[in-house]
Design a protein around this ligand. Structure first.
Ligand code: MTE
Ligand code: MO
Length: 370
């Protein structure tokens, strides 16, 4: 799946911290910073902030929390500007949810695609706390004619990269799990979008706008580069290597079912002794029902043990205790099934932007006599 050359590049890029407060991460860009989490850090249900991936299209905005305001305008009866203190006064809710970049796993597509060559680690699971977005919008009195919500982050366009503005259907904006988060894992990391960051549980990362400074209910879906042509996906699967047909592209909503192996590491060596195969699995707005693991390239499968909490939006950890019988090279696979009955495919639909990779995960391990 991952070519040898791509795997070497990932290893070579595993460098010292690109920014303060992060462990050494896989560095894809340093200005603005795009950092991937090495799979060895994924050993807890909540991903620690110092190991959480980072994706930004534009330079990080300088923000003074005291002067920070979220503007509510558009189809509202009372336009207003809210301070952080105003947002803190609303009822606070905590939602655990998995955040995944739309391009996570792009490196696994064949033929190769332009764009950041994310492997397994543009994903993380965190506990997000803040007011419901619906409570924020209700303060301003949203008009019933508003079917969409436009959201602007404080970062602004630079050279060829336009301003980061997104839009989502009002129905998702008003969902009780959709938050304007003031905290991530109980802290206030500005690099992850605090003072106020949108949490859109079960949807891909592009909708999770950081440093929200404007919320505009509107009758129609708005355009802008990050809605069109950016972040669109073919309605019908395309033959690998073919260009997009713009009329047949649509906005991405939700996420597919997916599992990722975190141990053993791909192309590692292990002694001939009992070992634990580990990973995590998630399924957008659904919960994970089952994860199967194969240690023989898919000839046979066994159910893995799953962590207890079976929640929508958040991943489940899985483990399988395995004692290899003989030395040799083993191909380990993982395949997740969600509560809606969706099953992870061997070959995800090819798409010209390399989005939403969810192929059955695969790592190779060489077992050697101890
Ligand atoms: N304001 C703003 N919000 C943004 C982005 C951005 O560039 N600017 N990138 C989006 C994308 S594509 C992803 S995957 C997530 C990444 O969130 P993180 O950096 O906290 O991991 O933020 C989203 N929100
Ligand atoms: Mo992303």
């Amino acid at each position: 799946m991952l070519t040898a050359a791509a795997a070497r590049n990932l290893k070579a890029a595993d460098q010292p911290p690109a920014i303060a407060g992060k462990r050494p991460m896989i560095l894809h860009n340093d200005r603005p910073e795009d950092l991937e989490t090495p799979v060895k850090y994924f050993d807890t249900w909540v991903t620690p902030l110092d190991a959480f991936f980072l994706r930004q299209h534009l330079p990080r905005p300088a923000i003074d929390p005291a002067a920070y305001r979220v503007k509510l305008n558009g189809l509202v009866s009372k336009p207003m500007d809210l301070s952080v203190a105003d947002l803190q006064k609303l009822p606070q809710h905590t939602v655990p949810a998995t955040l995944e970049c739309t391009g996570n796993g792009r490196a696994f597509y064949s033929p190769k695609l332009p764009g950041i060559q994310w492997g397994r680690g543009a994903v993380g699971n965190a506990e997000w706390t803040g007011p419901r977005l619906s409570d924020v919008l209700k303060l301003a009195g949203v008009d019933t004619s508003a079917k969409f919500l436009e959201i602007d982050g404080a970062d602004s366009g630079v050279m060829q990269t336009p301003d980061f503005v997104r839009c989502m259907p009002m129905e998702k904006a008003m969902h009780p799990a959709t938050l304007l988060a003031l905290k991530m894992n109980g802290e206030t990391p500005d690099i992850h979008g605090v003072p106020a960051r949108l949490i859109v549980p079960g949807w891909d990362g592009t909708s999770w706008v950081k440093w929200v400074v404007r919320l505009t209910p509107a009758a129609k879906e708005s355009g802008g580069f990050f809605m069109n042509p950016g972040y669109r996906y073919p309605k019908y699967a395309l033959p690998p290597g073919t260009p997009a047909r713009p009329a047949e592209l649509e906005v991405i909503e939700g996420m597919p079912v997916k599992s990722t192996l975190t141990s053993p590491e791909d192309q590692s060596k292990a002694p001939l002794a009992p070992m634990v195969i580990r990973g995590f699995a998630w399924a957008g707005e659904n919960a994970i029902e089952r994860v199967e693991v194969s240690t023989n390239g898919g000839a046979t499968w066994q159910n893995a043990q799953l962590s207890a909490q079976k929640l929508p939006f958040a991943w489940r950890l899985f483990t399988l205790n395995w004692t290899p019988k003989d030395p040799g090279y083993y191909t380990i696979l993982s395949r997740a099934t969600d509560t809606a009955g969706r099953v992870q495919p061997f070959v995800p639909a090819w798409n010209p932007s390399g989005y939403l990779w969810n192929g059955i995960d695969k790592v190779g391990v060489t077992v050697e006599k101890a």
